[in-house]
Write a protein that binds this ligand. Structure first.
Ligand SMILES: Nc1ncnc2c1ncn2[C@@H]1O[C@H](COP(=O)(O)OP(=O)(O)OP(=O)(O)O)[C@@H](O)[C@H]1O
Ligand SMILES: [Mg+2]
Length: 358
């Protein structure tokens, strides 16, 4: 694959008075973003509202690293990646990609990054996947044999050729195929930095695994810098070298996954799966149970069942288990499974945020 003409020159950056570690490819410093929206109050009346989506987000990503931005819905993940991709202006703070400022040097930054966002725009419905990629390759300055080879390579990397759909119209693509094409577009110029918003959303489990393997290979073997967002803790745990947990516009923890898990030394995770009675809505049951437990906990509706997790010290697990089972019984639930496990990243998140709801 080709190399871009914009080179990341640490010496040049130092000469310009900017200090950075040779290894930091992405730097976000105290990023802030406020969205102004209107809240409807009846048919005509509306009220102006400010949403503080980012309240001072800072992190840096090293070359050759897969870095995960992990957080629940509305935490600020997409807002952060849009700012880093030059698609949105921050209201405060600064961000640099390979030393270039995402606001002042936006056009240079655009040449250095490959971006894939969750809500994809810009693909042509009446062109095939291959034609779409060829179009974007041309837009990025590729042509001739180099362009054809790069398009073919990217189609193969994301598995669109093995699915036999590279030459099918985009409008006929399934969600997963569209997600793959979006990743292929991000890869087309062989960029040094990849910024991917929920890259595995819409992919079936084997395809998600293949994509994760590809991302790890790009980072660890080819020295690319990969920033991904996800709310899938399992994914973050197996994919990312380091993770920043973002909640309500703030980074609440940032470390290697193993080190984050070590913060819960001496604690265990109690997981209970229960089937609520037919007439009880899962959401109201979750709220009631959580309000009665008190300990950091989280509940998830799963295929009509409730998965409840409580993080607590090992010595309290017996007492908590019998309390929770008692509450669930009184609510008429049938218990399907009770397990006590070593904490995982999901438990770190529950412990740090103690967030309500599911
Ligand atoms: N264009 C917009 N106008 C107003 N508010 C917005 C806009 N985009 C995002 N927000 C708000 O900013 C906050 C952060 O949103 P963001 O999309 O960054 O979250 P996220 O972490 O990507 O969530 P998700 O996991 O659901 O994708 C949310 O409160 C959201 O409602
Ligand atoms: Mg998002």
């Amino acid at each position: 694959m080709l190399k871009l003409d914009v080179k990341y020159d640490v010496l040049e950056l130092r000469n310009r008075g900017y200090s950075m570690s040779e290894e930091d490819s992405i730097i976000a410093r105290n990023l802030r973003k406020i969205y102004s929206t209107y809240l409807r109050k009846g048919l005509i009346k509306r009220e102006r509202q400010e949403v503080h989506a980012l309240k001072g987000v800072s992190f840096s990503v090293k070359r050759g690293e897969v870095f995960g931005l992990l957080g629940p819905n509305g935490a600020g993940k997409t807002t952060t990646v849009k700012i880093l991709s030059t698609l949105l202006l921050p209201d405060g703070g600064e961000a640099r990609i390979l030393g270039f400022d995402v606001v002042k040097d936006a056009s240079k930054v655009r040449k250095l990054i490959g971006v894939s966002l969750t809500v994809e725009k810009g693909f042509f419905w009446k062109l095939t996947g291959r034609e779409n990629l060829t179009y974007f390759g041309m837009l990025y300055g590729l042509d001739g044999q180099e362009l054809r080879a790069s398009v073919q390579q990217c189609l193969e990397l994301v598995g669109l050729t093995s699915l036999g759909v590279a030459d099918k119209l985009y409008e006929e693509y399934s969600l997963g195929m569209k997600a793959r094409l979006s990743i292929a577009r991000a890869l087309i110029t062989d960029p040094e930095v990849l910024i991917l918003d929920e890259p595995t959303l819409g992919l079936d489990p084997p395809s998600a695994r293949t994509l994760r393997e590809l991302l790890v290979e790009l980072a660890h073997k080819k020295g690319k810098t990969v920033l991904v967002t996800t709310h899938n803790m399992f994914e973050a745990e197996i994919l990312c070298d380091r993770v920043a947990i973002i909640n309500e516009g703030k980074i609440v923890a940032l470390d290697e996954v193993e080190k984050l898990k070590r913060r819960l030394a001496g604690k265990v995770s109690l997981e209970i799966i229960a089937a609520p009675p037919a007439k009880v809505p899962v959401t109201s049951l979750i709220e009631t149970v959580r309000s009665l437990i008190g300990a950091p906990s989280k509940a998830f509706p799963e295929n009509g069942l409730v998965r409840l997790k409580v993080v607590q010290p090992l010595e309290r697990v017996e007492e908590t288990t019998s309390r929770v089972l008692d509450i669930l019984h009184r609510k008429g639930c049938k218990i399907r499974r009770v397990e006590v496990k070593e904490p995982n990243l999901e438990d770190v998140f529950i412990h740090l945020t103690g967030r309500k709801g599911f």
